[in-house]
Design a protein around this ligand. Sequence first.
Ligand SMILES: *Cc1c(COP(=O)(O)O)cnc(C)c1O
Length: 391
Amino acid sequence: MIPSLMPTYAKYDVTFERGEGAYLFDTDGRRYLDFASGIAVNALGHCHPHLVDALREQVGKLWHTSNLYHIPAQQKLADRLVDLSFADSVFFANSGAEAIECGLKMIRKFHNDNGNPERYRVITCVNAFHGRTLATIAAGGQEKHLSGFAPMVDGFDQVAFGNLNEMRAAITAETAAILVEPVQGEGGIHVANADYLKGLRAIADEFGLLLFFDEVQCGVGRTGKMFAYEWAGVAPDVMALAKGLGGGFPVGACLAVEKVAKALVAGSHGTTFGGNPLAMTVANAVLDVMEAPGFLKSVDDHAGALWKGLRSIAADHPGIIRDVRGAGLMIGLVCAVENTVLRSKLHDLGLLTVGAADNVIRLLPPLIIDQNHIDEALGILSQACRELEEA
Ligand SMILES: *Cc1c(COP(=O)(O)O)cnc(C)c1O
């Protein structure tokens, strides 16, 4: 008999009751160091006092009005995201996939309104992940996500990540845009280098394509800058955000430059829940913390310390960890053993991590970690490596 809860996830057999900063506590009172952050969502850890205060104050005032009326916190968050980024305008959604969907629709509408309705195809990369809706699984192009869900939404072509020649060769008269994660997450932590992103910008400009970055996982402070594209000094035309933006409250955002954003007008796109006062209040509180002087610098500094330790452990245990890659606090341990084996060992020793493709374990600690958390995580990782070597 099917469980009443639809069994769509493979779950660890643990139930968490409470979270505090970088720690989670299970129902037996056991403490775990959380380097999973709910898959890069709890960017400020659990129950950050500023977020708790902001949500508490809002929750007694107003939860939801719909987008039929003005929502001041939405305006405030949009102004801030515009100030912080390349963008001129923002649409709020509830998730990463919805933010991507908004971008895809905007891109089609942009070309349509410019007299090029035949331009609707988007080039994406192998190993991409853009969400689980029908359009976003087609964008991701991964067989494991598409299998059984035919017909696939039309309009996506795939090329190898990091290969500008393939990208160029895939462009046709029907190409509308290029969609890329500056750091691939689910795909196994692959970082697009600055030359690649610059090359994509040049190709997009040459062929009149729009450049769409999926920063749902790598954006909002994760790499040590507010947005990962800043490292390359390359701005997209459209960008999706979600995970870290709400610090644990569901929210998504699609940012765009004016010429693209203006393709969406009243009636052309919408959402009932997107941008509701609760989500907007929490996202504004997240930005309060991240925009404070020194915050991103400290993310970068702590990332440096963590990377140093991880590289040294990898060098000491080449039979367990083959490589360390990523950007800032979005880190992939390329495993020499089955990643599930190392991940379970880390879990048993009290360190939570996330799996990824390519036999990678993702370390996605909250951005508020300090040296003590780093030392504790490195200690657990060393121990796990030793125990696996002895086994
Ligand atoms: C998680 C993720 C998504 C999908 O976000 P959901 O909120 O699960 O819909 C899209 N793109 C990237 C890069 C992601 O990591």
